[in-house]
Design a protein around this ligand. Structure first.
Ligand code: NAD
Length: 505
């Protein structure tokens, strides 16, 4: 089936059902029998209906996950996931990665249709998801405790143990990458997972379900309940048998999830929004920096938590950088995801209206440049041309709030101290980058910036699944990615044995 020629037909003939939930290793209809319309952001056309699971389905999924964690062995010979050796878990995660690679082109096309993401970016997301499962497959049998020197007559050591059942609430902007980093790490630790993908984009998450069966993941280890946030999402966050909730999404929803989980004292990882700065000093390699400045702003049409929406530029080079960026902006084209333009559409009409509302507050800002919409794009698609703005006021609403669209601000600064003040002057603290050839300044800035990740003379380091990621302030707390994530999905147990000494006898 050619997705390019007819996305609707492609979705109607998928190899897995999208109007069902995935529980206990099988697709089953949601108990309430409800569905939710699914739109292709590139055309604005409804391309199908997805399952609208609710609290009853979440409860079923949590029970299946508990059975997968500690129940009797399923029909097959292998033990339930929670009782498998770390080495055996690692092998299954490698097999999942292999399945993802084998189906990479289909997954990329699904993500492009579902999220409106240019095909090349969707392909990069598939590769990242496979890499997460490989990384955590390799890490599964390398999580070790410590021995602790203590009083004579004691031996003390720590064990890192699985938590039990973990909940994963996922946004629409990077479903595959976020599943890879949170479910991959949680499964590696021996937990069983219940996932609530976003109602706007859950096709690749459901596709993954089928691939995990083929890879030999035992029933109950992974359960997926698409549904609305206020129904299935809220039910998952509040479920008393969930030990940990990994939430990625907006600040307001994150606060609600944390409050719901606190009623039964479940731990929570919150990966929230950002207003991430790139700081360009006068001695920077501007030619090299320019493409990073641009890409970090327009990737996925700016709908990226770690998007760099503020460019803080030293006043000596501010005009030059603005001109370099404006030239690049004018060359940008937004168009249908499967045709692989620089940008695709936004995810929904609501998101486009939200970006439009922010831009209506930009009347006092100077427009440095705008990109274009490609010729003959579908009239009902949710397109937004990228916009580069000059802003002298770091307290302006557009310089403070996460727009989540293809809008970047150029903000001039006079010296290092002012650059730090502006960079740290929002409620967020997710990512920051510094462009300078001065080594002392690089190290000073890395310490001074309030962010979970700081990049020196690059932005994002190519995504690196190995690199712990997360925020400070209202960008959230807890870390995912890298080895660090495994600690968040485990509980540390201290064992102290009193055995006495030979002197005691
Ligand atoms: P959102 O908060 O609206 O939704 C995220 C998820 O939460 C969805 O699955 C949604 O259905 C669910 N949800 C909604 N209401 C809920 C409730 N009351 N209880 C439980 N779950 C609920 O966010 P969004 O619009 O989908 O995503 C955009 C936001 O996500 C942006 O702010 C972005 O910065 C952030 N984000 C952060 C990261 C990160 O790693 N820090 C990554 C991607 C996106």
């Amino acid at each position: 089936m050619n997705a390019q020629s007819d996305p609707k037909n492609y979705i109607e003939n998928l190899w897995f059902p999208i109007d069902q939930v995935f529980i206990g290793g099988a697709f089953v209809p949601p108990l309430g029998g409800q569905t939710h319309p699914l739109y292709d952001p590139s055309t604005g056309q409804q391309v199908g209906v997805i399952a609208r699971g609710d609290a009853q389905d979440i409860d079923r999924a949590v029970k299946a996950a508990h059975a997968g964690f500690s129940g009797p062995a399923p029909a097959s010979d292998s033990p339930p996931w929670g009782q498998m050796s770390a080495q055996a878990r690692g092998r299954v995660l490698f097999a999942i990665a292999a399945q993802i690679k084998q189906h990479s082109e289909d997954l990329a096309r699904l993500e492009a249709i579902d999220v409106g993401k240019p095909l090349s970016q969707a392909r990069a997301d598939v590769a990242a998801m496979a890499r997460y499962f490989e990384f955590y497959g390799g890490a599964a049998d390398k999580v070790m405790g410590e021995t602790i020197p203590y009083q004579r007559g004691y031996t003390v050591y720590t064990l890192r143990e699985a938590l039990g059942v973990t909940g994963h609430i996922v946004p629409w902007n990077y479903p595959m990458q976020i599943i890879g980093r949170s479910v991959g790490a949680s499964l590696a630790m021996g937990n069983c997972c219940v996932v609530k993908p976003a109602e706007q984009a859950c096709l690749t998450v459901l596709a993954l379900a089928g691939l995990t069966v083929a890879a030999g993941l035992p029933p109950g280890a992974l359960n997926i309940v698409p549904g609305l946030g206020v129904e299935a999402g809220a039910a998952l966050a509040a479920h008393r048998e969930i030990a940990h909730v990994s939430f990625t999404g907006s600040v307001d929803t994150g606060k609600q999830v944390q409050a719901a989980a606190s009623t039964h004292v479940a731990s929570v990882t919150l990966e929230l929004g950002g207003k991430s700065p790139q700081i360009i000093f006068a001695d920077a390699d501007l030619e090299r920096a320019a493409d990073f400045l641009l890409r970090a702003g327009i990737q996925n049409a700016g709908q990226t938590c770690s998007a760099s929406s503020r460019l803080l530029v030293a006043e000596q080079v501010h005009e030059k950088v603005s001109a370099m960026m404006a030239e690049r902006y004018r060359a940008l084209r937004a168009g249908p995801a499967l045709e692989n333009f620089d940008l695709g559409p936004l995810i929904s009409t609501q998101q486009r209206a939200r970006v439009g509302d922010f831009l209506s507050l930009a009347k006092d800002l100077h427009v440095l440049a705008e990109g274009q919409l490609a010729k003959d794009i579908p009239a009902q698609g949710y397109y937004q041309p990228p916009v580069l703005l000059h802003c002298d006021d770091p307290h302006h609403t557009l310089a403070q709030e996460e727009i989540f669209g293809p809008v970047q601000l150029v903000i001039p600064f006079t010296d290092e101290a002012q650059a730090i003040d502006i960079a740290n002057g929002t409620r967020y603290g997710l990512v920051a980058a510094v462009w300078t050839r001065d080594g002392d300044r690089q190290l000073r800035m890395a310490r001074a910036l309030r962010a979970g990740q700081v990049f020196l003379n690059n932005y994002g380091a190519g995504g690196g699944v190995e690199l712990p990621f997360g925020g400070v302030g209202e960008s959230g707390h807890g870390r995912e990615k890298g080895f660090e994530a495994l600690y968040g999905f485990s509980a540390l147990k201290t064992v102290a044995a009193h055995h006495g000494t030979h002197d005691d006898t």
